[in-house]
Design a protein around this ligand. Structure first.
Ligand SMILES: *Cc1c(COP(=O)(O)O)cnc(C)c1O
Length: 494
C-alpha cells in the first residue's frame, strides 16, 4: 500500500505529501496524517555513520513519497547549511546525568528553525510539482518565536511573500528586535494593537474570507500557513530524534538496541509527537516525558483522560509553552482511536463547543508510552540554577521545564534509563529570566546589559543572532489596529 495522507476528520484521503504541505490544514478542519507510519529501512548502526543531512533524507523520503530524491536532497541541502552555527546541526551535550539535544543552533536560536528552515523549500517544490503558478503568501500570527523563524526561512525565497502579525506589547524585546530587523524584500511584519489571540483570530478571519481569496487569485496570489500543524513541519522534526539515537550509538554512550527515554518541553504538542513517530519508525525509545509549565492542561490530560481548557491562562517565563489548546494532540487522539475519524471528530467538536472532552479507557491505555509532568516557575528557576551550579551548563527557561520534570520522573519511578532532553532555545533568547534564575534576583539594566552579564557569568559565546540585532537597522515599522489586518494584507499585496 502506498503512503498517502488523510484528514483526521475523515473527509479527505489519498492526498499526496506535496499537496498536504501546500494545503497545511485539511478543508474539513482536520489535520493531515499519513495512512501508515513507515519503518526505517536502515539499521540504527547504519544510520550512526550518517551526517544530519543524510539522516534527514533517510527519514523524510519515507514520508514525502511524491518528492523525487533530487528534489528532497535539494531542499535538505538548502535548509541545513551554514545558517546553523555548527556542522552537527543538532549537537548533543552531556550534563547533569542527561543528554541535552540542542535544537537552537539555527538562525533564530530556537527549535522552530529545525522545521522552518526547510518548509519554504518543501512548499515551493510542492507548488512546482502541482503546477501552482500563484505566488504563495504565508500569513502567520506569532507570540514571538514562530514569526521570526518563518520570516528567516522564507526571506527571499522565490515565489513567496510572508506577512507576520505580532501583539505590540506581547513579545520580548529580543523577539521584537529580531522581527523588525528582518531582511528580505518579500518579508513584512506588523505590530497589532491587541493581544496574541486578536492576531490569531485576525489571521483566521483572513483565511476564511472568500471575497479576499478571489481578489488575491486575480492578483496571482494564494494564502498558505507556516504554523505547526503543517505536515511539512512535523516530518523534519522526526529527523533529530533518529539522529540523536544514532549519535549516542556512534559515541558508544549506548549499546545496540538499548532503549532511551525522551523529555520534551511541550506547548502545541508538535515536538513530542515527532518523538513518538520516531519511536513508531523503529527508534528504541521507551518513555516520552511530556513536560508542561504551569499551563498544565496536558499533565491533567495524561493523568485523568480528560482534556479541559476551561482554566486561567497563566503568563510564565517559558512563553512559547503558554498554550491551552495543543493543536497537534489531535493527531495522537486520532491514532489512539484506531484512526477512526468519527470518534476523533466527536471529541474535537466537544472541545470547540464545551472546551473539554474525555477519552475512553482503551484510548487511555494506548497512551501509556507517555508520562505527563509539569514544573512550577520556582521549580524551573531552581533547576536552571542547579544545572548551572553543578556543571556550568546553561539551559533556557523552556528546557528548564523539561529538566525539572525529568527529575521528578526519576524520583517518582526510579527509572534510570538514559534520557535525551530536547533543548529548545538558546539561553540568550530569554536572558532576563535565565539570569534571574542563576543569580537569584532580578537584573537591572536594558536587554543588552543583561545579555553581557549572562555572557560574563557563563562564558557561553553570544550567538550571531543576538549580536546582529544590537546594531541592525530597523526595517519594519508597520502597526495597525486588530480590525485593520485585512486591509493591510490587501495593500501589501497590491
Ligand atoms: C514552540 C516552542 C516549544 C513548544 O513546542 P511544541 O512543538 O509547540 O510543543 C518549546 N520551546 C520553545 C523554545 C519553543 O519555541
Amino acid at each position: 500500500m502506498d503512503l498517502s495522507y488523510e484528514s483526521t476528520r475523515g473527509n479527505e484521503s489519498g492526498v499526496t505529501a506535496s499537496q498536504a504541505v501546500l494545503k497545511g490544514l485539511a478543508e474539513d478542519g482536520g489535520l493531515f496524517m499519513p495512512n501508515q507510519i513507515p519503518k526505517l529501512d536502515k539499521t540504527m548502526k547504519e544510520l550512526a555513520d550518517l551526517t544530519y543531512q543524510e539522516t534527514a533524507y533517510e527519514v523524510m523520503k519515507l514520508f514525502l513519497t511524491d518528492y523525487t530524491e533530487e528534489e528532497l536532497k535539494d531542499c535538505i541541502n538548502k535548509a541545513y547549511d551554514s545558517k546553523f552555527d555548527t556542522e552537527e546541526i543538532a549537537p548533543l551535550s552531556k550534563a547533569d546525568g542527561a543528554y541535552y539535544l540542542e535544537l537552537y543552533h539555527g538562525s533564530t536560536i530556537a527549535f522552530k528553525d529545525m522545521a522552518l528552515s526547510i518548509l519554504p523549500h518543501l512548499m515551493t517544490t510542492a507548488a512546482r510539482k502541482n503546477q501552482v503558478h500563484n505566488k504563495i503568501v504565508i500569513l502567520t500570527a506569532t507570540s514571538g518565536d514562530t514569526g521570526k523563524a518563518a520570516m528567516a526561512g522564507f526571506a527571499d525565497v522565490e515565489g513567496t511573500e510572508i506577512i507576520v502579525f505580532y501583539p505590540k506589547d506581547g513579545v520580548s524585546r529580543v523577539q521584537e528586535l529580531q522581527m523588525v530587523t528582518q531582511k528580505g524584500a518579500n518579508t513584512h511584519v506588523a505590530a497589532i494593537r491587541g493581544n496574541f489571540d486578536d492576531a490569531q483570530t485576525g489571521v483566521k478571519n483572513i483565511f476564511g474570507d472568500k471575497a479576499l481569496k478571489e481578489e488575491l487569485e486575480k492578483r496571482g496570489c494564494q494564502l498558505s500557513s507556516a504554523n505547526s500543524i503543517n505536515i511539512g513541519r512535523l516530518v523534519p522534526q522526526i529527523v533529530y530524534y533518529v539522529y540523536a539515537y544514532a549519535k549516542l550509538l556512534a559515541n558508544e554512550e549506548i549499546d545496540q538496541g538499548e532503549k532511551i527515554n525522551v523529555a520534551v518541553p511541550t506547548g502545541n504538542f508538535g515536538n513530542i509527537l515527532a518523538a513518538y513517530l520516531a519511536k513508531q519508525m523503529g527508534v528504541p525509545i521507551g518513555k516520552l516525558i511530556c513536560a508542561s509549565n504551569e499551563n498544565k492542561v496536558l499533565y491533567d490530560f495524561f493523568a485523568t483522560g480528560t482534556y479541559d481548557k476551561n482554566r486561567e491562562f497563566i503568563l510564565t517565563t517559558s512563553p512559547s509553552m503558554d498554550i491551552l489548546i495543543s493543536s497537534n494532540l489531535e493527531r495522537l487522539i486520532y491514532l489512539s482511536a484506531g484512526c477512526d475519524p468519527k470518534e476523533n471528530e466527536k471529541l474535537m467538536s466537544q472541545l470547540s463547543r464545551e472546551g473539554k472532552y474525555t477519552i475512553t479507557d482503551e484510548m487511555k491505555a494506548f497512551l501509556s508510552d507517555f508520562y505527563g509532568g509539569y514544573a512550577t516557575e520556582e521549580e524551573n528557576r531552581q533547576m536552571i540554577r542547579k544545572v548551572f551550579d553543578d556543571t556550568g551548563y546553561l539551559i533556557d527557561t523552556h528546557t528548564g521545564v523539561a529538566a525539572a520534570v525529568y527529575e521528578k520522573y526519576k524520583k517518582e519511578t526510579g527509572d534510570q534509563t538514559k534520557t535525551v532532553i530536547a533543548s529548545t532555545a538558546s539561553p540568550y533568547k530569554f536572558s532576563g529570566s535565565v539570569l534571574e534564575a542563576i543569580e537569584g534576583r532580578k537584573e537591572e539594566g536594558d536587554e543588552f546589559a543583561v545579555i553581557d552579564r549572562l555572557h560574563q557569568l557563563s562564558g557561553l559565546p553570544i550567538p550571531q543572532a543576538v549580536e546582529e540585532i544590537r546594531t541592525a537597522p530597523i526595517r519594519h515599522n508597520l502597526e495597525c489596529g486588530k480590525d485593520e489586518m485585512k486591509e493591510l494584507v490587501g495593500s501589501l499585496l497590491a
